[in-house]
Design a protein around this ligand. Structure first.
Ligand code: GLN
Length: 530
C-alpha cells in the first residue's frame, strides 16, 4: 500500500487547536497504522528554541535534541511515537536549505524562485521523511491560518502534492470556527464558508471540515456547510470545546471521522479507545484532590508549561486524584508572604526557566518546602535553585548562586557546562536531548523509576559545579542520579524529608497517559499522603 497523506490546515482564527485535531485524528488511526506527524511552521526562525515562551508556548525537546513546536508534545502523547527534529519543518529551515543548494551550485544557470524551487524543497523534505520512515500514513499540519502570508508556500506545496501522490492517497482536512454570537443564539457558518473559499482559491478542496464550536454542530449547519463548501454532510465534523483535550478523539469518533477517512483513503484501523476512555473517566471523577503551587515567571500563559500540566493529568488518571494548580508568580516576590504562598498548598513545583528574574522568589519558596517538609519537585532550573538554597542555608555558603544569575558570586555552585564555555551561537547549542543517568541504590528516585539507569531529555547550559559536590553531599543532600562519567548531577534528593526531589532533566516531556513520569507520580502520591 502506498503511503497515505492527511493534510491539516486551519482557518478563521488561530488557537483553534489544529495540533490537537491532527494528533486526535492520528490517535484514532494508530491502532494498526504506523503514523508520522510533520508540522510546517511559517516563521523564519530555524526552530522555536530561541523564542520566548510568552510568544510561542513551551519549547518541546525531542529525544534527538531537536527543539520543536509544542504540538509535538501532543503528537508524542497521542500517537505514542518518538518524533524526530526533521519532522518540524519551519520556513527558516526551508530557506536555509534553498540557500545551501544555491551556493553549492545545484541551481546553476537558473533563477531561484518560490515556485518551483522552494515548494520542491518542502515536498522533497516530506517525501524524504516518508522514504526514511516507511509509514502507512503521514499527517502534515500546516501552522497558521489560510490567508497568512507566512504559510502560502506550504499551502502551495500541499496543493501540488496531490499530483505527486495521487488524489486517492491524500486527504485535506480544514479546521474552522463556528461561532454562536451572543443574542443570535444560532450556529453561524459564514466564517467557515469564507475560510474554505480562501483555501479553494489556493487550489485546495477540503475533503473534511472540522468546525470548532461550543456545541455539537446541528444537522442544519452541517448541511449548510456541506453544500456551500462541496463536501458530504457526514464529512462536516464537530470540534467541540472540551475541558480536556484527551476528549477530542472520543468526540471525533462519535462524529464518525474514522469512517469518512476510511471511505476516502481506504485505510482502516479500528479505534480502540477503551483504556483511553477509562483514563478520562478517572480524570473526570477523581476521588481525591491536591493543590500544587507552580512557581514560575510565565504563569500567565499556561501554554508555557503544557507538558507539566499534561504530566499531572497522567498522574490524575492513575491515582484518581485531581491536581489543582495554584500559579505563583515569583517575579518581585523577594519579600513574599509565606502564609499566602502556602495557603492550601500540598506540594510545590519549581519548573524550568532562564535568566535571573524571579529566581530569588523561587529560592525562598524552596526554603519553605525544605523547612516545612512540603513535597517538592524541581525541574531543571528547579534543581539548580534547590542546590543554591541548600548551599546558602544549610552548607553556610553565603551568596551561593548560579553564574547565570550572578557571574561574580563567591560560590558558583551552579556553573556553565565546560563544553558551553566557548559556545557563542544561541540557537540549538544547549545540552539538548536524551542523556542517560545512573541511579544510586536505595534512593527515592531509583525506587520510583525502578531501574538502575534511565534516560531523560535535557535543555540547559548550566550544571551543579563539580567543585562543590563533596561539600553539598557532606551536608546531607543525596545525588541520586549522575551522568555515566559521574561528572554531571542529574537527580538530587533530601532523604530525611518525605518528598524532596529534583532533576536536571525534563521528565514531563516523556510522560504519557499510559505511563506517567515516575517523579511526577511519586510527587503527587506524596502530596496526597500528606
Ligand atoms: N537556565 C538554566 C540552564 O540553562 C535552566 C534551564 C532550564 O530550566 N531548562 O541551565
Amino acid at each position: 500500500m502506498p503511503t497515505k497523506y492527511i493534510i491539516v490546515t486551519g482557518g478563521v482564527l488561530s488557537g483553534l487547536g489544529k495540533g490537537i485535531a491532527a494528533a486526535s485524528i492520528g490517535h484514532l488511526l494508530s491502532s494498526r497504522l504506523k503514523i508520522i506527524p510533520i508540522k510546517c511552521d511559517g516563521y523564519l526562525n530555524v526552530d522555536p528554541g530561541t523564542m520566548n515562551p510568552f510568544e510561542h508556548g513551551e519549547v518541546f525537546v525531542l529525544e534527538d535534541g531537536g527543539e520543536v513546536d509544542m504540538d509535538f508534545g501532543h503528537y508524542e502523547r497521542f500517537l505514542g511515537v518518538n518524533c524526530k527534529s526533521k519532522w518540524n519543518l519551519t520556513m527558516g529551515k526551508v530557506f536555509d536549505m534553498v540557500r545551501q543548494k544555491e551556493r553549492r551550485g545545484d541551481y546553476l544557470g537558473k533563477t531561484v524562485q518560490y515556485i518551483p524551487h522552494v515548494t520542491d524543497i518542502i515536498k522533497h523534505h516530506i517525501f524524504e521523511i516518508s522514504q526514511e520512515e516507511q509509514p502507512d500514513l503521514v499527517i502534515v499540519e500546516i501552522g497558521g491560518t489560510v490567508g497568512d502570508i507566512e504559510n502560502e508556500l506550504f499551502l502551495e506545496a500541499m496543493r501540488q502534492m496531490k499530483e505527486d501522490v495521487g488524489r486517492e492517497n491524500i486527504l485535506y482536512v480544514h479546521l474552522t470556527y463556528v461561532p454562536i454570537p451572543y443574542g443570535v443564539n444560532e450556529q453561524k457558518s459564514k466564517p467557515t464558508q469564507q475560510s474554505v473559499n480562501l483555501l479553494k482559491q489556493r487550489g485546495i478542496f477540503p475533503d473534511i471540515i472540522i468546525g470548532r464550536c461550543s456545541e455539537f454542530l446541528t444537522r442544519e449547519i452541517k448541511s449548510k456547510i456541506a453544500s456551500f463548501c462541496d463536501v458530504h454532510p457526514n464529512a462536516v465534523i464537530t470540534g467541540l470545546d472540551v475541558e480536556d483535550i484527551y476528549e477530542i478523539p472520543l468526540i471525533f469518533e462519535q462524529e464518525g471521522l474514522p469512517e469518512i477517512i476510511h471511505k476516502k483513503l481506504h485505510i482502516y484501523s479500528p479505534p480502540d479507545l477503551r483504556k483511553w476512555r477509562q483514563y478520562i473517566e478517572n480524570i473526570r471523577n477523581p476521588e481525591y484532590a491536591v493543590t500544587v503551587a507552580m512557581c514560575g515567571k510565565y504563569t500567565k500563559l499556561e501554554d508555557s508549561y503544557a507538558s507539566i500540566i499534561e504530566a499531572f493529568n497522567h498522574c490524575s488518571a492513575h491515582l484518581r486524584c485531581k491536581v489543582n494548580l495554584k500559579w505563583v508568580e515569583t517575579t518581585g516576590l523577594e519579600n513574599l508572604d509565606e502564609s499566602d504562598v502556602l495557603e492550601g498548598v500540598d506540594g510545590i513545583v519549581v519548573p524550568g526557566g532562564f535568566g535571573v528574574r524571579g529566581t530569588e522568589g523561587k529560592i525562598e519558596i524552596i526554603r519553605m518546602a525544605r523547612e516545612r517538609d512540603i513535597p517538592f519537585l524541581g525541574l531543571c532550573l528547579g534543581l539548580q535553585l534547590a542546590v543554591i538554597e541548600f548551599a546558602r542555608h544549610v552548607c553556610g555558603l553565603e551568596g551561593a548562586n548560579s553564574t547565570e544569575m550572578d557571574p561574580d558570586t563567591p560560590h558558583p555552585v551552579i556553573d556553565i557546562l565546560p563544553e558551553q564555555r566557548t559556545v557563542k551561537d544561541k540557537g540549538g547549542t544547549m545540552r539538548l536531548g536524551a542523556y542517560p543517568a545512573v541511579l544510586k541504590e536505595e534512593t527515592l528516585v531509583r525506587e520510583l523509576y525502578g531501574a538502575a539507569e534511565v534516560s531523560e531529555r535535557h535543555r540547559h547550559r548550566y550544571e551543579v559545579n563539580p567543585d562543590y559536590h563533596q561539600r553539598i553531599a557532606d551536608n546531607g543532600m543525596t545525588f541520586s542520579g549522575l551522568s555515566r562519567d559521574g561528572r554531571l548531577v542529574e537527580f538530587i534528593e533530601l532523604p530525611q524529608l518525605r518528598f524532596f526531589a529534583a532533576t536536571q532533566a525534563h521528565p514531563e516531556l516523556t510522560s504519557r497517559m499510559e505511563r506517567p513520569a515516575p517523579l511526577f507520580y511519586g510527587f503527587v502520591r506524596a502530596c496526597l499522603n500528606r
